[in-house]
Design a protein around this ligand. Sequence first.
Ligand SMILES: NC(=O)c1ccc[n+]([C@@H]2O[C@H](COP(=O)([O-])OP(=O)(O)OC[C@H]3O[C@@H](n4cnc5c(N)ncnc54)[C@H](OP(=O)(O)O)[C@@H]3O)[C@@H](O)[C@H]2O)c1
Length: 323
Amino acid sequence: MNRVIRFHQIGGPEVLKLETVEVGAPGPGQARVRHSHIAVNFIDVYFRTGQYPVPSFPSGLGSDAVGVVEAVGEGVSDIRVGDRVGYLLGPLGAYADVRVMPADVLIPLPDGISDSTASTLIMKGMTAQYLFRQVYPLKGGETILYHAAAGGVGLIACQWARALGVNMIGVVSSDEKAAIAKAHGCAHTIVSTREDIAQRVMEITDGQGVPVVFDSVGKDTLQASLASLQARGTLVSNGTSSGPVNIDSRMLAVKSLWLTRPAMVHYAKPRAHMLDMAKELFDKVLAGNIVSEPSHVFSLTEAGQAHRLLESRKSTGAIVLMP
Ligand SMILES: NC(=O)c1ccc[n+]([C@@H]2O[C@H](COP(=O)([O-])OP(=O)(O)OC[C@H]3O[C@@H](n4cnc5c(N)ncnc54)[C@H](OP(=O)(O)O)[C@@H]3O)[C@@H](O)[C@H]2O)c1
């Protein structure tokens, strides 16, 4: 029997239940993966609370884990038994000891990257890759505004920005988080609980504003993000940790702004492209530009506690569950 975290209704962390289910042999095109580490991401909170709908109840949770392939189904040729893999696409259900997955979403892990490091990278590092290299390709030399800079995606984004020669202004909620974001490569930090974000951005940029804002916080930071942009700047609204955003096109018209709301699923396909993205990320890690380990480790049975920590705004870096 396999342990799995499921939920039967939307709600607080208490709806996450430890249950057991049968896991069968993989069918055609599938592989069975035994997890070593399961990553907790803010998107898991969106599904648990109903901000994003789940296909049906009871539902599994999680879409980001690493482990070893223990069986493959018919027709699977590029993934073998014994391969170390990670994934970030596919059906919900990563909060489990073992599961059957479509083989074409599995990403082989290179020898030089441990499972522990990989568990902090797959979703979070690939997000930094697609934001900085695809959604708004950074050339180096730009000054950018980035929200939740000490978070899971944030600490990798800080390091990626530094490697690109980008001046990142990171927004965080405490001085402790500011110190961590700076140590990871933020050129400047703004502590949102005591500083006016847009005013500080204008001071740092000599009144120019920034060409791009990466805003994963959403409702609470929308106005500050718009006010921090220069004319014809771009708002990348890549998350809604504080709640969804409602934008009236007149809010963009005042400075001829661009807006995009990107989702990984549209950038990490087809498979060959996803593997290229992963290679670029892994190369950055193998070259020493990005160093990443879990900041908070829980057992699979403590998934609810992990969610409470993520929502409390007290976490920094990556949160991981161990089966
Ligand atoms: N679009 C995509 O494809 C994609 C992919 C991956 C992640 N994301 C988004 O990127 C963001 C970061 O994800 P993550 O998993 O690494 O989470 P995270 O950044 O580790 O955790 C959330 C952080 O957001 C900040 N925050 C601000 N307002 C908050 C609120 N009301 N409630 C909770 N946190 C709040 C907190 O930092 P401070 O205390 O410093 O403010 C908190 O520590 C999320 O919004 C996620 O949805 C988007």
